[in-house]
Ligand binder design. Structure first.
Ligand code: AMP
Length: 183
């Protein structure tokens, strides 16, 4: 059985990139809440209309709404998933815990990608997504520090956290992740 994985880290740390590489390599279901929400916006669904302004401002979308998306997508597989961008706060972490208990699919590894702020900002400005302008980046980094970073200790307490230095070449990072997955 594959180990279920979560990528944690600030915006621009490389969570999405690494989650894509690893999911492709080992045939995991890659579940990125940001990506799923962007698809809703692109497809002009009701849900998309509800979240577009919040996303463009860099704020977090309502917990209940994101939880529905996560539940729906987790039910698509029992053969390994990688979560990227969820949970973003303690309440989401508790909801996730409940969902995972109910489907009997424990989270087994959390890779915490860390990168310094100035590198994050220049990466995000280069990426050029719609929510990657200076004002929004500042908001997202602030929210990360205040709301999401406490999850590092939460997962440390569960003994499943692995720190990864994210300011290196992406191949070096994915190699290290693969080694840690195998150990
Ligand atoms: P990301 O692609 O992970 O950077 O997410 C892009 C945007 O989607 C975020 O700035 C939030 O507005 C929203 N979003 C993604 N994941 C979550 C989440 N777990 N909780 C709340 N909002 C989220």
């Amino acid at each position: 059985m594959k180990k279920n994985i979560l990528f944690l880290g600030p915006p621009g740390a490389g969570k999405g990139t690494q989650a894509s590489i690893i999911s492709e390599c080992f045939s995991y279901l890659h579940l990125s809440t940001g990506e799923l929400l962007r698809q809703e916006v692109e497809n002009k669904t009701n849900l998309g209309a509800q979240v577009v302004d919040i996303m463009n401002s860099g704020q977090l979308v309502n917990d209940a709404l994101v939880l529905e998306i996560v539940k729906k997508n987790l039910s698509l597989t029992n053969n390994g998933w990688i979560l990227d961008g969820y949970p973003r706060n303690l309440s989401q972490a508790n909801s996730l815990d409940e969902v995972l208990q109910s489907i009997n699919q424990p989270l087994e590894i959390v890779f915490n990608l860390s990168v310094e702020d100035d590198i994050l900002v220049s990466r995000l400005l280069n990426r050029g997504r719609k929510d990657d302008n200076e004002q929004t980046i500042r908001t997202r980094l602030k929210i990360y520090k205040e709301t999401t970073a406490p999850l590092i200790n939460y997962f440390k307490g569960m003994n499943i956290l692995d720190d990864i230095q994210g300011d290196r070449d992406l191949k070096t990072i994915s190699k290290e992740i693969k080694q840690k997955m195998a150990s």
